[in-house]
Ligand binder design. Structure first.
Ligand SMILES: [Zn+2]
Length: 162
């Protein structure tokens, strides 16, 4: 399946990189594996978060841009990239960064212009549940959300106790 990576091309325009597919995919199709040879405990712009304090260097997939209406998901439990809708040959591939990133090292403003645009792309911890629930989320992101909610609950209880 690694050879499928050859069907992905990096396009550079004004120093802006994007990942393009050289073939069409059907919704639900596995497109490639997510590289996991190089795992670190801190994120950078070449990594994707796969667990709490675990970030894998994704090689060519680092050229995937964020989209509020993505066409791929990164399944970090099975370490594969999957088409989340039908994709045409030559299309740019993108995923929803907060689906894997809890707290990003380099936040930025999204200018996609879609009605559901989240604007500030900084990681899942900065988004309301009402936004997150509309997206596919990695297991570690769902776990972090539960931890954050439990922390907030016990904090409120402490405040009320005083
Ligand atoms: Zn957006």
């Amino acid at each position: 399946m690694v050879s499928v990576m050859e069907r992905l091309a990096i396009r550079t325009e004004n120093k802006f990189r994007s990942l393009i597919t050289k073939q069409a995919y059907k919704k639900g199709e596995v497109m490639c594996i997510i590289p996991s040879e190089n795992i670190m405990d801190k994120p950078n712009r070449f990594t994707v978060q796969i667990a709490k304090d675990k970030h894998t260097h994704v090689g060519k997939l680092a050229a995937l841009n964020h989209s509020c209406n993505p066409n791929v998901i990164l399944d970090t439990e099975h370490m594969v990239m999957i088409a989340c809708r039908d994709i045409e040959k030559g299309e740019e591939l993108s995923f929803f960064y907060p689906a894997t990133e809890w707290e990003m090292q380099a936040p930025f403003i999204c200018l996609c212009g879609s009605a559901n645009c989240i604007h500030v792309v900084a990681g899942a911890r900065f988004l309301p549940l009402s936004t997150l629930e509309n997206h596919y989320l990695s297991k570690h992101i769902r776990e972090e959300m539960i931890e954050l909610l439990n922390g907030t609950k016990s904090h409120l209880e402490k405040l009320q106790g005083n």
